[in-house]
Design a protein around this ligand. Sequence first.
Ligand SMILES: [Zn+2]
Ligand SMILES: [Zn+2]
Length: 147
Amino acid sequence: MTDDSVRSGGCLCGAVRFEIAVPGAKFSICHCGMCRKWSAGPFMTVHCSGEATFENQEGLAWYPGSEWAERGFCSRCGSSLFYRLTMQPDPDLIVSVEAFDDADDMILERHIYVDAQPQRYQFGDSRPRVTEAEFLKELGITPLEES
Ligand SMILES: [Zn+2]
Ligand SMILES: [Zn+2]
């Protein structure tokens, strides 16, 4: 059984406030160009269980960043908050570590899209590093081939 704990979080201005079940307390860092552009740095995320419960979602907006995923953000303060796959019927919500009120106990699990990481920054940890192709294979996506 997974030990899901419900955690609260929100954007910078409070126009988005939510609670969501977090299995474990682990996060990943995505180095892909879209995440870096969107979040102004490597995007650190927690894979959560199911959907969030919203206390306030006045500011929540979604940007369809690709054919298979969309990105949720606060349209008032600009905070990058969520990522979810749109090709699945009930996708799990992937949440920015920084959106949580308390994430001090969260542990880095791995880096993804490391082949898209620029040379200008480096992380000093020795956690696993996964390429774009390896990650998409896990998701069952083959982007350069149809069907
Ligand atoms: Zn906001
Ligand atoms: Zn990314």
